[in-house]
Design a binder for this molecule. Sequence first.
Ligand code: UT7
Length: 320
Amino acid sequence: MSFSILGTGKAVPEYVLTNDELSTMVETSDEWISTRTGIKKRHICKEETITELCVQAAEEAMSNAGVTAKELDLIICATLRGEYITPSQACVVQKELGATCPAFDINAACSGFIYALDVAAGFFARGRVKKVLVIALDNLSNIVDWKDRNTCVLFGDGGGAAVLGEGDSLLSIEITAKGDTDVLKCPHGENTSPFYKHPSEHPYLYMNGPEVYKFAVVSMVKGIKRAIKNAGLKEEDIDWVIPHQANIRIIETAVSKLKIPSERFIRTIAEYGNTSGGSCAIALADSVSQGKFKKGDNIVFCAFGSGLTTGSCVIRWDKD
Ligand code: UT7
């Protein structure tokens, strides 16, 4: 017993920041950003809080699933920075939804949605739950250095949610981690303790783009291949691929190395940029609302990110 996806939802902030507007803030251009990354715009929080976005995505997923807050047995929120250090973002969302179940966060950065699915699968396997709400949503505009063109052009805010119920949709899943604080990190910032001896680091996202790129390309191809093999399938059996949306060139490299037709890869990066943990969940919710999937479709998810983490899985779509 694993799970079925009963409903999906997404939430992105209203404000859209274009490449042209960014070009007035840092030395960059629509041409550079478009050709190097595939990003045309991103949604950035102005009025919305991360909690409001999480609740919006969750309510849409619950409404699509026909599941009420009282029916939820668990809420998992994959985010690398919630509204508070404590309580967890999942607990804040639980309160807003009026749910009464256990709730906790997972921090696996861009791989968070797949990490959360794996944790949820464990709860289903142990018979502990019947309905689980998974939310994967990040608000990276909060931690990006808006003066650093190497990073600020890449990220956007938002994410998605899925309500899971008992079922057999999950055909394979794998998560990995390779601890690394050199290529991608965001320090906490100031430590106010009068006793603490270490210097503070700037609380901004730092990324060695080319190094992460190399890790990403290898992880994406390896992750997709392993997920398919572990599901007992072949590449030609795959109907859709939902890759983490970090850079269109990473996705196109994966396309060139796999025997899966290019049009089966979902691409949302032009519209949203890299939304970290939110990206696979947004791509899933958009695909569902566009009616892309039919019953029996095999969908591969693959993500990589800070940690360094990776996650990949195959889900068989079992809704009409
Ligand atoms: O979500 C998971 C984590 N993130 C990722 O997976 C991101 C992985 N990495 C990437 O997608 C790419 O490495 C980037 C898009 C971040 C960078 O692309 P790149 O082709 O690897 O460029 P680069 O870092 O090698 O920089 C090339 C040039 C440099 O100039 P010089 O040294 O050649 O004169 C940069 O200073 O482009 C310059 N540059 C920019 N120019 C205009 C860097 N950022 C910008 C910018 N606008 N925004």
